[in-house]
Design a binder for this molecule. Structure first.
Ligand SMILES: Nc1nc2c(c(=O)[nH]1)N[C@H]1C(S)=C(S)[C@@H](COP(=O)(O)O)O[C@H]1N2
Ligand SMILES: [Mo]
Length: 210
């Protein structure tokens, strides 16, 4: 099995569920150069935005057949999904067995209908943070727009009311305070990618810096 195949890697992470594996194998779930944390550190560049649910909007635009904008109520009416995943920050902590819930990216994509020319997605946030990802990476069944962590509304420090969660990549690829998904025709760098971070960010091959 190739470590570069994202789908197979997700399968392997699923098999690594502690309910199905002995504790000794926990070690195998920590990517190279990472250590396990029991806490959930907060990492934010700049100010933590205050977002009012009454004025909150998610805009979906760019290379799509059907651009749209959602209010918080409209978002809540979309399909829901829970994920149980390990997450890895480029600053070397890994949080195992985290529980998230929200709207699967696929539900957004089904409604937006990306054009064949859409190659990448730029995540946009309240506060101006951005991060880029190839569109094909967003269809592994584990990418969600999360409003719930550990069964509770997502805390503001961790990106509440809504953030993206992309478990298979370093956590800077998961924008907090998400307010836009822009479909674009090339893999353009987001905030940290312009400051030297890797365009892709796979923790298993340590794609830390570009
Ligand atoms: N809008 C926004 N999203 C962001 C960031 C940020 O500064 N602003 N930091 C990123 C980085 S570097 C990491 S490691 C994670 C941290 O998420 P956490 O604070 O919930 O641990 O969010 C990512 N998403
Ligand atoms: Mo990070």
């Amino acid at each position: 099995m190739s470590i570069l195949d994202p789908f197979k890697r997700v399968q392997r992470l699923r098999q690594a569920d502690p309910k199905r594996r002995p504790d000794a194998d926990l070690r195998e779930r920590i990517p190279p150069g990472q250590y396990r944390t029991e806490k959930f550190p907060v990492l934010t560049y700049g100010e933590t935005p205050v977002v009012d649910l009454k004025t909150w909007r998610l805009k979906v635009w760019g290379l799509v057949e059907n651009p749209f904008m959602l209010t918080w109520e409209e978002l809540q009416a979309l399909p829901r999904q829970k994920i149980h995943v390990d997450i890895h920050c480029v600053t070397r902590w890994s949080l195992l067995d985290s529980d998230w819930e929200g709207v699967p990216f696929t539900a957004i994509a089904e409604r937006a209908k990306p054009l064949p020319s859409a190659l990448a997605v730029m995540q946009h946030s309240y506060g101006g943070y951005t991060t880029n990802m190839l569109i094909e990476e967003m269809y592994d069944g584990e990418v969600i727009l999360a409003d719930t962590f550990g069964g509770k509304p997502l805390e503001r420090d961790h990106g509440g009311p809504l953030r993206l969660v992309v478990p298979k990549l370093y956590f800077w690829k998961s924008a907090k305070w998400l307010n836009g998904l822009e479909f674009i025709d090339r893999d353009a760098p987001g905030f940290w990618e312009r400051h030297g971070y890797h365009m892709h960010g796979d923790p298993w091959t340590e794609e830390r810096f570009g």
